[in-house]
Unconditional design. Structure first.
Length: 721
């Protein structure tokens, strides 16, 4: 062998060894084959361990799943169908594991009939390459799946060429595929809605010319015509001060934008409801005048202003004479119109600095501010009396009314706002007893009101000790099913001289006294006793009782309640419910919430009474853990004729649904009320149209006769069954 040939051979062997390839040379017809040592080393053997050496020897080491592929590729090449024989297979290593091997070969000699004569080739381990390829495939699959789940697709624009590349998810977002759609900037922009098209065009232009990125929320159509909301972002790659490439994402945010729109609409609706509730909390629904809540605020402001300026103001409590007679004669609607007309007359007689509020029924309270002397107050009150006593023409009827006015003057009467109204109220009764159509100024020196209060408290305390109080029960029904779902226990005073007295005749007197708590506990114990009696007679019906603000927020309320419940070992959870006023519940929301939760543990439910008349906010309603809301009867009574009252009722029902509260409508007087409530989605009701409060001994007979004579049966049978 010449030196140059030897050198070339050595160099070839060095290259082969460096490439870690095993070389083979196969004489196909003779069946002999030459293998280099590296062939065996790839699978962990010495070449002499694989005797006898034949070409088929290596097929024994190929993974069964790759064997047919290897045979097919070899056959295809030998038959002349493929120029090269190349296949990647798994071969079993001596240690038992499999390694990836690239097998490549080529026939270098053939016979005249084109049959193969000699073939050469190599084996090379490619395990690491295969692992890297699999990692790349897995990474690509994970990226594609992540983009699919997040609905985020990528894109890249080569600015010099104009080529636009989309990822798989970007095609999916646009409801197309690379086979169906060849994206370019102009075509894609044309799918955007006009406003979005203008925005994205300007943004892309700024990105190309100035390198400015963007992050936009836009609306576009897919290639199938579906309208979607997308987020489009872009960052620019710069070179020599020029943008050469834009890269960004497309994200389908249609679902999020839809939710945002729904929430925005809901927030607007809730805001409107809250505005109506807040207005109702401050203004009288009938006359539009300030109500008690706003009056209290105005009075406090007036007291503070009077203290700063060292001037006087008067509180006038006005009660209309003969109004009940007129109302009973001509009806509630007529009475309401009369109240509105008189309210207008009052306002014409006032000064701009004065405030007029409707206190309730036919009672009004006026703040006469910035008085220089009591005589000035008398002049204004005389003008008011003259205006109201004039004959009114209402619905072609001449109506004559007058007013009795009680007045107290601050700071001569140096009391708080509640006491000022109470003193004016007491003075009004003196005016009424003095012949009506006049005013009386409260005499602070004699302090008649305090003496009267003391006497009244003593009378009530004696009545409690003498067991003169009784409970009446007013049914609550499901007007959709006629089922009686409970009763409300209402206290009455069986006065030995005056007969049955309603709560308004004595409960206001004890509001600030410890007697209020004693009476409240008597009501709870009496209701539990009645529950036990009915239970023994087979009547299982829940009873609700009213809890005063003072009793509810007393420091040992829950402890004293537990003491009462111990007297009733068979007490059934859920059989009694406490009704609390909306305003009292919200004075100390944290404390009231804590008390309610402790009572829940004792098996007692809660409802908010007279809902809508206080100053509730949505956040307070959400936080207060009550089961029921009782819509105040003033809204229910007038909702058939007053669209605002109907809207408020509808709003409260919507709020109850949002906050998962059940609704009870008070003041249901007619089947028309029931029909309207059903249409609004309120099924639970209470009112004179169903039954008036009755003694316990009459309730069982009423219950037996209910389905035979109840006024809702026809309505249910024909409309809502």
């Amino acid at each position: 062998m010449q030196v140059s040939e030897k050198y070339n051979l050595e160099r070839f062997e060095s290259v082969v060894n460096a490439a870690e390839m095993g070389i083979w040379d196969w004489d196909i017809k003779a069946g002999t084959v030459f293998f280099s040592d590296r062939m065996a080393e790839i699978i962990g053997y010495e070449l002499n361990e694989l005797q006898p050496i034949q070409f088929e020897t290596w097929f024994h080491f190929i993974h069964p799943e790759d064997l047919s592929k290897a045979h097919e590729r070899l056959t295809s090449h030998l038959e002349g169908d493929a120029e090269l024989y190349e296949v990647a297979v798994r071969m079993q290593h001596k240690l038992g594991n499999y390694v990836w091997v690239l097998i490549a070969g080529k026939t270098i000699e053939r016979y005249a009939d084109n049959s193969p004569k000699r073939m050469v080739g190599f084996h090379r381990e490619i395990t690491l390459r295969k692992i890297d390829e699999q990692k790349l495939i897995t990474t690509s699959q994970l990226l594609d799946e992540s983009q699919r789940i997040a609905k985020v697709g990528g894109w890249q624009l080569d600015i010099p060429t104009g080529d636009l590349f989309w990822t798989t998810e970007t095609y999916r977002i646009h409801e197309t595929s690379p086979e169906e759609f060849d994206p370019c900037v102009d075509t894609v922009i044309d799918y955007f809605l006009p406003d979005s098209k203008r925005i994205i065009s300007e943004a892309i232009e700024a990105a190309i010319t100035e390198g400015k990125g963007y992050d936009l929320e836009l609306s576009t159509y897919t290639t199938k015509g579906k309208l979607i909301d997308v987020r489009a972002t872009c960052t620019a790659t710069m070179k020599d001060g020029k943008a050469i490439k834009l890269t960004g994402i497309f994200q389908d945010i249609s679902e999020e934008k839809s939710i945002q729109r729904i929430l925005k609409k809901s927030n607007r609706e809730l805001e409107q409801v809250n505005i109506k509730l807040e207005r109702n909390a401050n203004y009288d629904a009938l006359t539009g005048l300030p109500n008690r809540n706003l009056l209290a605020d105005r009075m406090q402001q007036t007291i503070e202003r009077s203290n700063r300026k060292h001037n006087s103001f008067a509180i006038a409590f006005i009660d209309l004479d003969r109004f009940k007679e007129i109302n009973d004669t001509y009806g509630h609607s007529f009475g309401d119109e009369l109240l509105c007309s008189i309210a207008e007359q009052f306002q014409h007689s006032m000064r701009s600095c004065d405030t007029l509020a409707r206190f309730g029924g036919d009672e009004f309270v006026m703040i006469l501010d910035e008085l220089h002397s009591p005589d000035e107050c008398a002049i204004i009150l005389t003008r008011i009396l003259d205006s109201v006593s004039q004959t009114l023409m209402l619905k072609n009827k001449a109506i004559q009314v007058s007013a009795s006015i009680g007045v107290t003057i601050y700071p001569q009467d140096n009391s708080n706002s509640d006491q000022l109204i109470r003193h004016a109220d007491q003075a009004m009764y003196i005016a009424k007893n003095s012949g009506k159509n006049c005013f009386h100024i409260f005499d602070v020196a004699k302090d008649v009101a305090e003496k009267h209060q003391h006497e009244e408290l003593e009378h009530i305390r004696l009545a409690l000790n003498n067991d003169e109080f009784v409970l009446f029960y007013q049914p609550k029904i499901n007007i959709k099913t006629n089922q009686v779902i409970g009763v409300e226990a209402l206290i009455r005073w069986d006065h030995p001289e005056q007969g049955i007295l309603p709560p308004v005749a004595f409960l206001p007197v004890i509001e600030q006294d410890i007697l209020d708590i004693n009476v409240g506990e008597w009501v709870i114990e009496k209701a539990l006793t009645q529950l036990f009696t009915w239970s023994e007679e087979g009547i299982d019906i829940p009873v609700s009782v009213n809890i005063s603000p003072q009793q509810l927020q007393s420091f040992d309320f829950v402890k004293r309640l537990k003491g009462i419940l111990k007297k009733f070992p068979n007490f059934k959870a859920g059989s009694i419910e406490f009704e609390i006023l909306e305003t009292s519940a919200l004075k100390d929301i944290e404390q009231v919430t804590k008390i309610i939760l402790e009572c829940h543990d004792l098996g007692i439910k809660f409802s908010i009474d007279d809902f809508g008349t206080g100053y509730s906010s949505l956040s307070y309603l959400k936080r207060l853990p009550t089961e029921f809301l009782k819509i105040d009867q003033s809204f229910i009574r007038d909702m058939l004729i007053d669209p605002d009252d109907k809207a408020i009722v509808q709003g409260i029902i919507g709020l109850a649904n949002v906050f998962d509260r059940r609704i009870i409508a008070e003041g249901v007087e007619t089947t028309a009320h029931g029909e309207q409530l059903l249409a609004l989605g309120c099924h639970l009701a209470q009112g004179y149209g169903i039954a008036k409060p009755m003694p316990a001994e009459k309730f069982l007979s009423w219950l037996k006769e209910w389905k035979k004579k109840n006024p809702w049966e026809y309505l249910m049978a024909n409309n809502y069954r």
